[in-house]
Structures are given as structure tokens and as C-alpha cells.
Design a protein around this ligand. Structure first.
Ligand SMILES: Nc1nc2c(ncn2[C@@H]2O[C@H](COP(=O)(O)OP(=O)(O)OP(=O)(O)O)[C@@H](O)[C@H]2O)c(=O)[nH]1
Ligand SMILES: [Mg+2]
Length: 447
């Protein structure tokens, strides 16, 4: 059986309360041993009990102890949570005593790992717990709650059940090869089902890729020729004077970064050096960096100067970013307008802080933030899941290819089994020790 683990579950520091969590077969007896109050081995499950932690006849702290008996607990094991006063000295002392009494210090994420290993949650749900703890925005919170609720798991499980049904159909064929008409029926059934599954998975993939960008923060590059007001725009968006603004062309040389939350989504903003022909060694490096950033950008804010006509540099950048998700911004709208470029632009004055909201609204539209926030969409949110999803889609394509090329039905079956396995990997139906260790080590202590 598992040993009994202990960790501090609240953030370490001064606070009203701290919680020490113990999980395992001996959780109740170990804590009972140092608790003065009701006999914890006799109290009902899921009760909170007042008393004192006593060690060598000394009161360590006045506490509330929650007793949760297996199996209806976070780890499916007996769990005790000791609510102490939120003092570093108290928490350390109680931890020390519990370790002396036979608990082992938990590894990061070990409680959740046990929940997974004991079959209470699957891998996507465990990842959801981690995502929820790490979530900074309304959107990432929603995404994580969706994961924890088991919606993703259900979707995968349903698809896997479909595949199992198909495979058993094939098995019948292999067992009774004399009925040729059954084979035709089976192949047609596989064809329809595989088409449906592929469409479904592609739809989820698209959603997942958009969702991932929103979850990680949209990498947003502010681009433009010198002096159009890129740094002014960065400052206006951040609502602080982060980047240096002057009327000298080529003020920004290295990239300047900052984060903002727009409509529940994080933007990682990057202000860049203005693009122009330059002989200045330092500026040239900056310009090179700006241009390289275009490829990585998930959103480009291309800034033009409304007070003057388009130049070759503007045209070059308009062309270079034409296939990117971008917003063209006509700045200096407070001055007399001399720019005749009239495609879809947002007019602003970065200096006066006018029009900034319009940019934010456009960003929400471009990334469909509203849908992600309002609907309970089901999709994957991390690289591990998305990579497996892509791989499952590839295997489905192999199945389709097999059918089209009239391959033997047992060859088609092999590819179908692969799809089943890869979908299983997403929820952790088959896992390696290494994968699990790696995944849970990224959790925080006490979770
Ligand atoms: N009138 C007016 N001036 C602006 C506006 N935005 C920026 N400026 C001015 O334009 C000049 C250049 O602004 P910056 O924000 O430094 O421009 P930049 O694009 O970052 O320039 P580089 O870093 O040199 O590429 C400064 O003098 C700003 O005060 C605006 O909306 N209206
Ligand atoms: Mg600048």
C-alpha cells in the first residue's frame, strides 16, 4: 500500500490560516496521536473537529481538523487536513512532528497523482487541476474548470467506444470470412464512422489551437516604421510609461515587453524597433529582431502615421504581414489627416489615449474570445494533448487510405486500434512512469 504523505497546502507565509494535508492509510492514526480533542478514529467522515496539537505535553497550536475517510476523498485515501494559525513557525513545527511520527514529505503534485493512480480522475482532469491553479484570467479559469468537469474525458471515451464497436464488427468478419456481404457492410460502416470522427477531431483541433493561444497569452507584436507611435501605443495599452517615447526616429532599439488582460485574455505585448534602412549598427540589429518577430507573432498591430502619406516602408510592412492575424492602426488621428490608405483601419491617437478601446474590441473579435467565454466549448489546452490529437487524426487518415486502397480488413483494424490507443494516451489510459512523474512534478507542493 501507499505510505502516508504530508504537505503544507496553503501558500507558505503569514496569513489567517494555514492548512497541512495528510493522505494515506495511517493519516488518521498519526494525527490522532498528536491531537487532543475528540478521538479522530471514531468521528464521522467529513467532519471538522476542534482541538489542539500536542507534542511532549506542550500545546503547539489550537486547530480545526477535517477528517475525510476513504474512498470519497481527493486521493481516494484517508485524508486529514489540519487548519492551523497561519504562522510559519506553527506550520513548520507541526510538519516536523508529523514527519517524526511516520509521514513522508509529499512530492509536488503527489496528492493529485494519487487521485489519478487510484482512478478518481484521468490525466486531462489532473491537468485541469494544474491549469486552474495557474490560471490568471477569467478565460483560463473557465477552460480549466471545463477540463476538471470531465467533459474532455467524456468526449474521448465516447469516441473510443465507437472504435471498439467498429473493431468488434471487424472481428466478426475475420471469424466468418465466408459472408462477403458482411464485409461490405462493415467497410461502409467504418467509412462513415471514420469520416464523422475525423470531422469531429479536426473541429476540436481547430478550437484547441485557438484555445491554446488564448490560454498562453496572445503574442502581440507592435510593428511599424520609425516614429509612427509604436512605443506610445504600448504605453497607452499598458497604461504606464514603460517604453521611451521621443520624436527622434529610431528611439526604440531593443524590444520592450509588457502584459495586459483584454476581455479576460492575456496579451504578451512586444514593442519593436521601427523598420527602415539604417546604417547604425545597433539599430540594424533591432530592426532584424523586429522582422524576425513577425513569424512568431500571433497578432500584429501594424501602426501607420495618419499625418503623412504612406511610404515604401509602410507598404513593405503591409505586404509582409498580409497573411498574419493583424490590426492596421492609423495613429496620430489628432493631427491633420494626410494618409489616404483607407483599407480596414482603426484610427487612434496613442498620445491622447483615444481609440484604444476599439483596438481591444477588435482583438476580442479576431480571436473569438466571446465564444470561448460564453459557451462551454470542449477542447484540449496543452501541447501534450494537442500532439496526441494530431497523431490520432493521422491514424484516422491511414484508416481512410486503407479503405480507399481496398486493403485487407485486418490491416485497417491495426490502424483503428492505433487511433484508439492514441486517444487513450490523452486521458492516460496507458501511461509510462516517466510521463506521470514529469507531469506531476510541475504541480505545486501540497496539491
Ligand atoms: N500628435 C501625435 N503625436 C504622437 C502620437 N503618438 C505618438 N506621437 C509622437 O510621435 C513621436 C514618436 O513616438 P514613439 O512612440 O516614440 O514612436 P515609435 O514608433 O516608437 O518610434 P521608434 O521607436 O523610433 O520606432 C513622439 O514625439 C510622440 O509623442 C499621437 O497620437 N499624436
Ligand atoms: Mg519606439
Amino acid at each position: 500500500m501507499n505510505d502516508t504523505i504530508v504537505a503544507i497546502s496553503t501558500a507558505l507565509g503569514e496569513g489567517a490560516i494555514s492548512i497541512i494535508r495528510v493522505s494515506g492509510e495511517d493519516a488518521i492514526s498519526i494525527v490522532n496521536n498528536i491531537f487532543k480533542g475528540k478521538d479522530l478514529s471514531k468521528v464521522a467522515s467529513h467532519t471538522i473537529n476542534y482541538g489542539h496539537i500536542i507534542y511532549k505535553d506542550e500545546i503547539i497550536d489550537e486547530v480545526l481538523v477535517s477528517v475525510m475517510k476513504a474512498p470519497k476523498t481527493y486521493t481516494k485515501e484517508d485524508i486529514i487536513e489540519i487548519n492551523t494559525h497561519g504562522s510559519i513557525a506553527v506550520v513548520n513545527k507541526i510538519m516536523e512532528i508529523l514527519l517524526l511520527k511516520g509521514c513522508r514529505l509529499a512530492e509536488p503534485g503527489e496528492f493529485t497523482k494519487r487521485a489519478f493512480l487510484n482512478g478518481r480522475i484521468d490525466l486531462t482532469e489532473a491537468e485541469g487541476v494544474m491549469d486552474l491553479i495557474n490560471s490568471e484570467t477569467e478565460l483560463t479559469r473557465k477552460m480549466a474548470v471545463n477540463e476538471i468537469s470531465g467533459k474532455v474525458s467524456k468526449l474521448i471515451t465516447d469516441l473510443r467506444d465507437n472504435i471498439v464497436a467498429l473493431i468488434s464488427n471487424i472481428e466478426v468478419n475475420i471469424d466468418y470470412p465466408e459472408y462477403e456481404d458482411i464485409e461490405v457492410v462493415t467497410i461502409n460502416k467504418i467509412k462513415t464512422e471514420v469520416k464523422y470522427m475525423k470531422e469531429k477531431l479536426l473541429e476540436i483541433l481547430k478550437l484547441s489551437e485557438d484555445g491554446k493561444v488564448l490560454k498562453d497569452g496572445i503574442k502581440t507584436v507592435i510593428l511599424g516604421k520609425p516614429n509612427v507611435g509604436k512605443s506610445s501605443l504600448l504605453n497607452a495599452l499598458l497604461e504606464e510609461d514603460k517604453a521611451i517615447v521621443t520624436d527622434v526616429k529610431g528611439t526604440t532599439r531593443d524590444i520592450v515587453e509588457g502584459n495586459i488582460i483584454v476581455g479576460g485574455v492575456k496579451l504578451n505585448l512586444i514593442d519593436t524597433a521601427g523598420i527602415r534602412e539604417s546604417n547604425d549598427v545597433v539599430e540594424k540589429i533591432g530592426i532584424e529582431k523586429s522582422l524576425n518577430l513577425i513569424d512568431e507573432a500571433e497578432l500584429v498591430l501594424l501602426v501607420l502615421d495618419g499625418s503623412e502619406e504612406l511610404t515604401e516602408e509602410d507598404k513593405f510592412l503591409l505586404d509582409k504581414t498580409k497573411d498574419k492575424k493583424r490590426i492596421v492602426i492609423m495613429n496620430k488621428d489628432d493631427l491633420e489627416s494626410n494618409n489616404t490608405y483607407n483599407k480596414d483601419v482603426i484610427k487612434i491617437s496613442a498620445k491622447a489615449g483615444i481609440g484604444i478601446e476599439k483596438i481591444k474590441e477588435r482583438i476580442k473579435e479576431l480571436f473569438n474570445v466571446g465564444a470561448f467565454l460564453s459557451k462551454n466549448l470542449t477542447f484540449f489546452t496543452n501541447v501534450r494533448q494537442i500532439t496526441l490529437l494530431k497523431s490520432a487524426i493521422e491514424s484516422l487518415e491511414e484508416v481512410e487510405k486503407g479503405i480507399n486502397e481496398q486493403m485487407e480488413i485486418d490491416m485497417i483494424e491495426i490502424d483503428l486500434k492505433l487511433v484508439w490507443e492514441k486517444l487513450g494516451d490523452i486521458i492516460g489510459a496507458n501511461y509510462t512512469e516517466e510521463l506521470i512523474d514529469n507531469l506531476f512534478s510541475r504541480f505545486c507542493l501540497g496539491k
